[in-house]
Design a protein around this ligand. Structure first.
Ligand code: IVH
Length: 672
C-alpha cells in the first residue's frame, strides 16, 4: 500500500512535468483529478506517510502572517537596458574591449526577457527548501508558501544525485490566457482587475494566503543559478540551462538561441518581435548574455548589473490616430465606461479601432476631446489605451457623460466620492440583466444551485430570461431544449427554484442587488422594517435610522423602490410564491414595558380595550386593582377611587396625553 502511494506521487509529479514543463500532457484533466483525489484519500488515512514533496503539499495549510526577510547569499543583480541595436552593439563592444578579444568572436546567448518577477528558489539535497523575491538584490522576502503552489517548480529535483545546495533563479509570470481569464472573472464578481500580467503575477506572489496563488495559473522559467554546491561543472550559461532542464525545470525555449556573430542580432531581434505576439506569455525584450562563464567572471559587474549581459527592450508600441467618437458602454453592474472609437491604426502587429478610456476622470486628466489626434499605446494583449493627446483637433467636441442610460433610458448618476457613473435602471436595464440574475440566484443570495452562471447567460441571450422575475416563469422545455441540457437537468433547475421560494426578507433584499447593499446591510434593513410593505414605504430619513446605513445606501434603496418597474418585478416574484416570514420582533425592543403592571381608570378618548392591547403589546400586564406593586395608573377623565389609591400609595399616575406620547415612542401610530 505504501508502495502504491509513493508510486502515485511519482506518477502525479510526472504528469505535472508533462503539463507544466513540457507543454505535452499525456492524460486528461479528469484523469489527473481522479488520481489526485486518490492521493488525498490515502494521505487522509495515513497522515504519517505524507512527504514534503507530495503534490498535495503545494498548498500549505494556513496563510502566513508576515513576510520573513531573506538575505541573498549571492547578490541578485539587475540588467542594464539597451533601447536600440546601436546600444546593444556598443554594450558588447565595450565588453570585448575589456576582454581584449574581437567583438564578433563573443559567444552570445539570446533569451526572451520574460515580463514577470525575479524569484530565487533554494533546494537542499534535492528538496525544495524556500523561495524569495529579489527585493533590493541584497535582501528579499520569503514567499515559499506561494512559490510552492506553482506546478512548474519541482518540489523535488529529478535526479538521483542532487547537489547539496542549489539556488535556481528565474522569472515567475502569468501566461496571457490565464491573465485574461482572471480579469474577466474579476469583472464578473466585481473584484479587483489587474493592469497587466506582470502586476497580476506580482500581486499574487504578495498574498499571505497560498490558496489564492494555488487558484491562479503562475509559471516559472529559470534563467540562471545563484548559490551552488554540487558535482556538476559548467563552462557556459547554456550548459546551466540544460542542467536545470534535466532537473525538471522549464527551458526558456522555444525562443532561446545561440547567436553566431553580431550580424545575428538584427535577424534575432526581427524574429523575436514577430514571435512575440504568438508567445503564450508577455515578453518585454530580449536578454543577450555572453555564454562562456570564464568570460563572465573576468568581466564581473558594475553597480547592480553584470557587464556580460544586457536587456534589449522592445519599444513601447505607440501610434498616432484620431479620436472619432466616444461611446458609453453599460457594464454588467451598471457602470458606464467611455470607449474611444478611433480612426483604425496599425500598432504592435494589430489594427486598433477602439480603446478604453476607463472613466470621466481619465478623460479630464488627458484633456481629451473628440476630434483630437491621440497617441495609442499597446502592451501585448492588454487593451489598447490612449496615452496622451498628441495634437488638439481643429474642430473638437467635449466628451459628455449622457444623462440617461444608452441601453434602458434610466437616469445616470455619479455616486459622491466615486469615479464611476451608473445607470439607475436597476432590475429592468437590459445591460445589467444577466448579472442581476446571476447575483440573485447566487449561493449567498437565493442560492438556486442548479441555475448557474452559464445557464443564465444562455437563457438571457436567448431572450428567455429578461429579469429576475422571469426565473419563476421558466418552463422545463425552455431548458431541456438547450444544448447539453435534458429533461432531467431541466427538472433539477425547476426543483431548485421551487425549493428556494421560502426565504428570509434579508436574503431577498440582498438578492435584489441594490448598489452598495450587501448581505449585512440587507439583514439590518430587514430587522428594522420587518416586512416588505414597511420597507417600500420607508423614507430616506427612516432608512438613515437603520444601524450602519449611510446616506448613499439610504438613497440607493429609496431610488430603487421609487422605480415602478423595480416594484413590479418584485411584486411578480411575490405573486409567483416567493415568501418570507415577518422578521421576528426583537424581544428587547418590542417589549419595553415587560415586567410592568398597569391599571387603567377613568374615561379615555380611545376604547379602553385598545389602550389595554397597546400596553400588553409592549409587554405590560394590565390589572384591575391598584397595589404597591402597580407600576403606573393610566388615568382618564373622571377617575375615581383607583386614582386616589394610587396617590395614596405613591404609584405613578400617567395622564392620557403622556400615555399617547409614550406609545408613539415605542410603536407605530396604528396601534392607537
Ligand atoms: S538575467 C545577472 N534573464 O529582468 C542577470 N533576467 O531587468 C540577472 N528577466 O531581474 C537576470 N527574463 O527579473 C535574466 N532571460 C532573463 C530574464 C530576466 C526576465 C528579468 C529578471 C531581472 C530583470 C532585469
Amino acid at each position: 500500500m505504501k508502495h502504491a502511494y509513493t508510486q502515485l506521487i511519482a506518477t502525479l509529479r510526472h504528469w505535472d512535468y508533462e503539463y507544466y514543463v513540457l507543454d505535452n500532457p499525456s492524460v486528461s484533466d479528469s484523469h489527473y483529478d481522479a488520481a489526485f483525489r486518490e492521493l488525498l484519500a490515502i494521505e487522509a488515512a495515513h497522515p504519517d506517510w505524507v512527504t514534503p514533496d507530495s503534490p498535495s503539499q503545494r498548498v500549505g495549510a494556513e496563510p502566513i502572517s508576515e513576510f520573513n526577510k531573506i538575505e541573498h547569499r549571492v547578490k541578485m543583480l539587475s540588467l542594464a537596458n539597451a533601447f536600440s541595436l546601436e546600444e546593444t552593439y556598443q554594450f558588447f563592444e565595450k565588453a570585448a574591449k575589456d576582454l581584449d578579444i574581437a567583438t564578433d568572436t563573443l559567444p552570445i546567448f539570446s533569451e526572451p526577457k520574460l515580463d514577470g518577477l525575479a524569484i530565487s528558489i533554494h533546494y537542499d539535497n534535492g528538496l525544495f527548501s524556500y523561495a524569495a523575491t529579489r527585493g533590493d538584490g541584497q535582501t528579499g522576502e520569503d514567499v515559499s508558501h506561494n512559490i510552492k503552489t506553482i506546478k512548474s517548480v519541482p518540489l523535488q529535483l529529478a535526479t538521483d544525485n542532487p547537489p547539496a545546495t542549489l539556488e535556481v533563479r528565474g522569472e515567475v509570470f502569468m501566461p496571457k490566457a490565464a491573465f485574461a481569464k482572471l480579469n474577466s472573472m474579476a469583472v464578473e464578481t466585481n473584484g479587483k482587475t489587474f493592469v497587466n500580467p506582470r502586476n497580476a503575477a506580482a500581486g499574487t506572489i504578495r498574498q499571505m494566503d497560498p490558496k489564492i496563488a494555488a487558484g491562479r495559473d503562475l509559471r516559472f522559467i529559470p534563467y540562471g543559478i545563484g548559490d551552488y554546491q554540487g558535482d556538476a561543472e559548467f563552462m557556459a550559461h547554456s550548459q546551466i540551462l540544460d542542467y536545470l532542464a534535466r532537473l525538471g525545470f522549464r527551458k526558456n525555449a522555444p525562443c532561446d538561441s545561440f547567436l553566431g556573430s553580431f550580424a545575428e542580432f538584427t535577424r534575432n531581434y526581427a524574429l523575436m518581435e514577430q514571435v512575440r505576439e504568438r508567445l503564450p506569455m508577455e515578453i518585454d525584450g530580449i536578454v543577450y548574455k555572453i555564454d562562456t562563464l570564464a568570460l563572465q567572471n573576468t568581466l564581473g559587474f558594475i553597480a547592480r548589473s553584470p557587464k556580460w549581459a544586457v536587456a534589449r527592450k522592445f519599444p513601447a508600441q505607440l501610434a498616432l490616430t484620431q479620436l472619432l467618437e466616444v461611446d458609453f458602454q453599460v457594464g454588467r453592474t451598471g457602470v458606464l465606461t467611455p470607449v474611444a472609437r478611433l480612426e483604425p491604426v496599425f500598432v504592435g502587429g494589430v489594427t486598433v479601432s477602439n480603446a478604453t478610456l476607463h472613466n470621466m476622470d481619465e478623460i479630464e486628466r488627458l484633456g481629451l476631446c473628440i476630434g483630437d489626434s491621440v497617441e495609442i499605446q499597446r502592451a501585448g494583449d492588454v487593451i489598447p489605451k490612449i496615452s496622451k493627446v498628441a495634437n488638439i483637433g481643429a474642430q473638437r467636441t467635449a466628451i459628455i457623460m449622457p444623462s440617461v442610460c444608452p441601453v434602458c433610458g434610466a437616469a445616470v448618476e455619479r455616486t459622491v466620492g466615486q469615479a464611476a457613473y451608473r445607470c439607475t435602471g436597476g432590475l429592468s436595464c437590459a445591460a445589467q440583466g444577466a448579472e442581476r440574475i446571476r447575483h440573485y440566484a447566487s449561493r449567498k443570495c437565493m442560492n438556486i444551485i442548479n441555475l448557474g452562471t452559464k445557464l443564465i447567460e444562455v437563457l438571457y441571450s436567448k431572450g428567455i430570461l429578461h429579469t429576475i422575475a422571469d426565473i419563476y416563469t421558466l418552463k422545463a422545455s425552455d431548458i431541456a431544449d438547450l444544448d447539453g441540457q435534458g429533461e432531467k437537468s431541466a427538472q433539477n433547475v425547476l426543483d431548485s427554484i421551487k425549493a428556494t421560494k421560502n426565504t428570509q426578507l434579508g436574503t431577498f433584499i440582498a438578492a435584489l442587488g441594490i448598489h452598495e447593499i450587501g448581505e449585512e446591510s440587507a439583514k439590518a434593513i430587514a430587522k428594522q422594517f420587518k416586512n416588505y410593505p414597511a420597507l417600500i414605504s420607508a423614507t430616506y430619513e427612516d432608512l438613515l435610522q437603520v444601524p450602519d446605513i449611510g446616506p448613499v445606501m439610504a438613497k440607493n434603496i429609496v431610488d430603487f423602490f421609487a422605480d415602478a418597474k423595480n416594484q413590479a418585478i418584485v411584486q411578480a416574484i411575490i405573486d409567483a410564491g416567493v415568501n418570507w416570514p415577518d422578521v421576528a420582533a426583537d424581544p428587547a425592543q418590542a417589549q419595553p414595558l415587560a415586567g410592568q403592571t398597569w391599571v387603567i381608570t377613568g374615561t379615555l378618548s380611545m376604547p379602553r380595550d385598545q389602550a389595554k392591547a397597546a400596553l400588553e403589546g409592549l409587554g405590560a400586564k394590565v390589572s384591575g386593582s391598584v397595589s404597591k406593586k402597580t407600576t403606573a395608573v393610566l388615568a382618564g377623565a373622571e377617575a375615581g377611587s383607583k386614582l386616589a389609591k394610587a396617590q395614596e400609595l405613591g404609584v405613578k399616575v400617567v395622564a392620557e396625553e403622556e400615555f399617547k406620547k409614550l406609545l408613539a415612542n415605542y410603536t407605530s401610530a396604528e396601534l392607537l
